[in-house]
Design a protein around this ligand. Structure first.
Ligand SMILES: [Zn+2]
Ligand SMILES: [Zn+2]
Length: 132
């Protein structure tokens, strides 16, 4: 399944909230977010982009949800628990957790192909993500 191609400009209030003093992990948020779901019905299903982690790796993370585009767009930013699904690879014994929120639509993250996102990620991510 290919990744949904929706892109949204983050509203100023969301950016402000992310950069507000006292935030436990101040980072410059990307002004644009990409929908991370697999291709889905964008009339009935909200687009969703991961904004920032929770206090621990298991805590609900902050997600940005939106529907529509341009002046029709509605959005919300809210904490969502992680999808509990895990993928166990029998050959290597590796366990991979779904990187999406609970009750997401479409495919789990390991079934979503995002060649462009991988390219972009390579420029920002060097090595493993930090632990807490
Ligand atoms: Zn989408
Ligand atoms: Zn999932």
């Amino acid at each position: 399944m290919l990744q949904c191609t929706a892109v949204a400009l983050l509203p100023p209030d969301a950016v402000l909230r992310l950069t507000a003093p006292g935030a436990d992990r101040p980072e410059d948020p990307e002004p644009y977010v990409l929908c991370e779901l697999g291709t889905h019905d964008d009339q009935r299903t909200e687009h969703a982009a991961y904004l920032r982690p929770g206090r621990t790796p298991d805590s609900p993370a902050l997600w940005f949800f939106w529907t529509g585009s341009g002046p029709e767009r509605t959005h919300r930013a809210e904490s969502s628990p992680w999808c509990p699904a895990v993928l166990r690879r029998l050959d290597s014994g590796l366990v991979r957790r779904c990187a999406l929120f609970d009750h997401h639509t479409a495919a789990h993250s390991w079934d979503v192909t995002d060649p462009l996102g991988d390219l972009i990620a390579e420029q920002f991510v060097s090595g493993d993500s930090p632990e807490g």
